[in-house]
Write a protein that binds this ligand. Structure first.
Ligand code: FAD
Length: 409
C-alpha cells in the first residue's frame, strides 16, 4: 500500500489519520502540520483553557503514544507546495513527501483587522495554542479589555474575561451579536446575557483605528469618534480559509478549496476537508438544489474526516452529515443544529427568561435549524429530525405541551 499524506494537523487532519487506521488502512500514514506539539482541540482555547480550568493535556486530542501505536508519522513543518504530476508535497527547507493520496486539512487563519494601529503591541487574535498562551499571559495583568467582533470567539472570550474580573467592552459593527449564525431572537438574548455579566456591548459600531503610546495599544476608536480605553485588544472578526497551497497547485478555489459531495477535488489523488473547504450541502440549498457552503466547526471537520477515511478504505458514500455546533458563554450552553437562512422564521419554545429555551427556524413551513440554550434534548432531537425529512410544524414547535419525542416514534 502507498502513503497517505495529510496536510494540516488540526481537528480534521488528526481525525482523518485516526479514522483511516480505525477503518483498516495499514499503509504508511503521515500527518504534517506547522504548529508545535501534538494536535489539540481549539474550542477550549476560548473557554476552559483560557479560564485556566483545563491544561495542555486536557486539550490534546491524543497522547504521544497514540501516534506511535497507530503508526501515524507526525512531521512538524510548513508545506510550501504540491507537485501534482510527481505526487509530492513540498516542505519548507526543500524536503518533499511522496503520496498516493493527499488530504488537505489546512483549516483557516484569523482575518486581520484592516485599520491603522493594528501593528501595535497588545493586539491579539485567537486561533492557535500559541495565540491562547500569549493572551492568557496578558490577561493576568490587564484591566480594560476591548473585544472587536461579537462572534463566537469574541463573546466566549468576553465571558471568560468578565469571569476573571476584567472590564470588558465588546465592539461589533453589525446591529446584533452572532449575526451570521443565529436568529435575531437568539442574538437579542445573548446581547442581554453579556450585559448582565457586566460587559459593555456596542452594536453598530465600526472600528476606525487603534490608538497607542510607545508602541502599545491604549484605545480603540469607533466611527462616532469615541476612543474606548484598552489595556489590550482581542480581535475576533472571522477567519479566512487556508487555500493558497491548493490554488497554487491549480485546484479550484471559491471561498474554500472546492470539493464534490465525496470531498474530492478535481485531482483524484487529492481530497480536502474541514474549515478550508467549500462543498455542496443540501442543508445550505435544499434537498434538490444543494448549495456550496464552507463551515467552521468541529463536527464538520470530524464528520468529513470520517467520511473521507471510509472512501479511502473502500466504503464510498456522499457527505451528508447534519451540521451542528456549540458555544459556551458563561453558564449558557448554546447548541445549534441545521443551517438557517437569514429570512427563515423563528418560533420560540420555552421562556428565554428561564435561560432554557430554543428557537426553531422554518423556511416555507419546513424546519431548517434549531438553536437551543441549556436545552440539550431539543438539540439532540433536532439532529435526528434534520437527518431525515423533518415533519415538525411551526405550531407544534411553539406548543410546549406537544411532545417532540413523539415525532421519532
Ligand atoms: P484546523 O483545526 O485549523 O487545523 C488546520 C491546521 O493546518 C493548523 O494547525 C494549521 O496551522 C495547519 N496548516 C495550514 N496550512 C499549513 C501548511 N501549509 N503547512 C503546514 N501546516 C499547515 N468549533 C465548534 O464546533 N465548537 C466550538 O465551540 C468551537 N470553538 C472554537 C474556539 C476557538 C478559539 C477556535 C479558534 C475555533 C473554535 N471552533 C469551534 C472551530 C473549530 O476549532 C474548527 O472548526 C476546527 O478546528 C477545524 O478543523 P480543521 O482541521 O479544518 O482546521
Amino acid at each position: 500500500e502507498e502513503r497517505i499524506v495529510i496536510l494540516g494537523a488540526g481537528q480534521g487532519g488528526f481525525q482523518a489519520a485516526a479514522s483511516l487506521r480505525e477503518a483498516g488502512f495499514s499503509g504508511p500514514l503521515t500527518l504534517v502540520g506547522d504548529e508545535p506539539g501534538l494536535p489539540y482541540q481549539r474550542p477550549p482555547l476560548s473557554k476552559a483553557y483560557m479560564k485556566g480550568d483545563a491544561g495542555i493535556e486536557q486539550i490534546e486530542l491524543r497522547p504521544a503514544a497514540f501516534y506511535a501505536d497507530h503508526r501515524i508519522e507526525l512531521i512538524q513543518a510548513r508545506a510550501t507546495g504540491i507537485d501534482r504530476a510527481m505526487r509530492r508535497l513540498r516542505l519548507e527547507g526543500g524536503e518533499s513527501l511522496s503520496y498516493a493520496h493527499l488530504i488537505l486539512a489546512t483549516g483557516a487563519r484569523n482575518r486581520p483587522l484592516p485599520v491603522p494601529g493594528r501593528e501595535l503591541a497588545g493586539v491579539y487574535y485567537l486561533r492557535t495554542r500559541a495565540d491562547a498562551d500569549a493572551l492568557k499571559a496578558t490577561l493576568a495583568g490587564a484591566r480594560h479589555v476591548v473585544v472587536i467582533g461579537a462572534g463566537f470567539i469574541g463573546l466566549e472570550f468576553a465571558a471568560v474575561a468578565r469571569a476573571l474580573g476584567h472590564e470588558v467592552t465588546v465592539i461589533e459593527a453589525a446591529a446584533r451579536p452572532l449575526g451570521r449564525a443565529v436568529s435575531p431572537e437568539m442574538s437579542a438574548f445573548f446581547a442581554q446575557a453579556h450585559r448582565d455579566l457586566g460587559a459593555t456591548l456596542l452594536l453598530g459600531a465600526g472600528v476606525v483605528g487603534l490608538e497607542g503610546a510607545e508602541g502599545r495599544v491604549t484605545g480603540v476608536k469607533t466611527t462616532d469618534g469615541v476612543v474606548h480605553p484598552a489595556d489590550f485588544v482581542l480581535v475576533g472578526i472571522g477567519v479566512v480559509p487556508n487555500v493558497e497551497i491548493a490554488a497554487e497547485a491549480g485546484l479550484e478555489v471559491a471561498n474554500g478549496i472546492v470539493v464534490d459531495d465525496h470531498l474530492a477535488t478535481s485531482d483524484p489523488a487529492i481530497s480536502a476537508l474541514g474549515d478550508a473547504v467549500a462543498y455542496p450541502s443540501r442543508f445550505a440549498g435544499g434537498k434538490n438544489e444543494p448549495a456550496m457552503v464552507r463551515l467552521e466547526s468541529v463536527q464538520n471537520a470530524v464528520d468529513q474526516a470520517r467520511c473521507l477515511a471510509a472512501r479511502l478504505t473502500g466504503k464510498s458514500a456522499p457527505f451528508e452529515a447534519v451540521p451542528w455546533f456549540w458555544s459556551d458563554q458563561g453558564d449558557l450552553k448554546l447548541q445549534m443544529v441545521g443551517l438557517a437562512g437569514p429570512t427563515d422564521s423563528a418560533v420560540l419554545r420555552g421562556d428565554p427568561a428561564s435561560r432554557r429555551f430554543s428557537v426553531f427556524r422554518f423556511r416555507d413551513g419546513v424546519l431548517t435549524a434549531i438553536e437551543s440554550v441549556n436545552r440539550p434534548a431539543d438539540h439532540m432531537l433536532g439532529r435526528r429530525l434534520l437527518a431525515g425529512t423533518p415533519v415538525l410544524t411551526p405550531e407544534q414547535a411553539g406548543d410546549e405541551s406537544f411532545e417532540l419525542k413523539s415525532l421519532l416514534a
